[in-house]
Design a protein around this ligand. Structure first.
Ligand code: GYE
Length: 329
């Protein structure tokens, strides 16, 4: 019921957005813009380039800005919150029309968000959320339900291991410390596997959402733990890095160790189709078109839904084989 109502909200949000786009379509001022040239300027602060997901997300944002006629100022924060805060302050100084960003961590944004609000610049949270108590500091949050992704991953495992009579040892590769998808995927997965007391997380460490991080932490896990049955990696890239460590340890990924990841980028889907991964919960990086629609709307002073959720699915090995030829990212 929860997911059905979210779906309805998402559909409703899309309908409203399409309506706005149509309404703005013929306007030279870009939806009630106050700038001389009528063009909306967006300042976007990106987390970094840590994963295949992030690369696809950046491409989506850049291409959609061009398609929507929005002038994009783009900054790569290299996974550092201080760089994001600096970029946002620059955008405020430059008096951009809209600020959008994907917060590298959840906490510590109140001051800079307040500065944007005081300057009258609307902020759109993209992909990841913040934990600010004051919800008026931003207009909306566009992105996935990360708890749900973790839950879907955990539920699949519960089903796979329902006949297990002894302990099932799970290791977990977390995203960067303090990031919404790391916190939420951990939570959702943990809640789902609680259904079977045989399923135990024996080690859990951040691998920073990168291949190098995934490889390095998996090496440590393999050294420290004799029996590892399952790996849950918070994204494909860490899972892909872990494959190298697993193979080097003389184990067969996808067989000796069941591997579950999140994202479903092309390389992850290939590993799944090849039998090296066992299950992926999808997380869509293609947020650009919706983000640009939202920017036009908030710039025009229209009310937008406080939360817009991305539609996602899951993939088994068979489903990955089918989906792979048409996968765009
Ligand atoms: O899953 C991971 C990326 O915030 C949803 O960040 C995003 C996550 C994604 O580095 O691959």
């Amino acid at each position: 019921m929860h997911s059905a109502s979210w779906r309805a909200a998402t559909v409703l949000a899309s309908v409203l957005l399409v309506g706005t786009m149509a309404a703005c379509g013929n306007s030279d001022t870009g939806g009630g813009g106050t700038k001389d040239d009528g063009k909306i300027t967006m300042g976007f602060s990106q987390v970094g380039a840590e994963s295949g997901w992030r690369t696809a997300n950046t491409t989506s944002i850049k291409e959609s800005a061009t398609a929507a006629g929005i002038e994009l100022k783009f900054d790569d924060a290299q996974q550092k919150q201080e760089n994001q805060i600096k970029a946002i302050r620059n955008y405020i100084q430059q008096k951009v029309d809209v600020i959008a960003f994907s917060p590298v961590v959840e906490s510590g944004w109140d001051t800079v968000l307040k500065e944007a609000k005081d300057a009258g610049i609307p902020v759109i949270l993209t992909d990841r959320s913040v934990d600010s108590a004051d919800k008026t500091l931003y207009k909306t949050f566009l992105g996935s339900d990360f708890v749900k992704e973790g839950k879907l991953a955990g539920e699949w495992l519960v089903e796979q291991k329902k006949t297990a009579t002894g302990p099932v040892n799970i290791v977990e590769l977390q995203g960067n410390t303090g990031a919404a998808p790391a916190n939420d995927r951990k939570k959702g997965f943990g809640e789902a596997i609680a259904a079977n007391p045989n399923l135990k997380i024996i080690a859990s460490q951040p691998g920073d959402f990168t291949r190098a991080g995934g490889k390095q932490v998996m090496e440590q896990f393999l050294k420290a733990n004799k029996q590892i049955d399952v790996l849950f990696a918070h994204n494909d890239d860490m899972g892909l890095g872990a494959l190298e460590a697993i193979t080097a340890a003389g184990k067969v990924p996808g067989k000796d160790i069941t591997i579950i990841t999140v994202d479903a980028v092309k390389d992850g889907m290939q590993a799944l189709a090849d039998g090296k991964f066992n299950f992926i919960a999808e997380c869509s990086p293609l947020l650009g078109p919706q983000l640009m629609d939202l920017a036009k709307k908030v710039h025009a002073g229209e009310t937008v839904p406080a939360r817009i959720e991305t539609e996602e699915t899951t993939f088994t090995q068979e489903q990955a084989k089918e989906a792979l030829p048409n996968r765009k990212y």
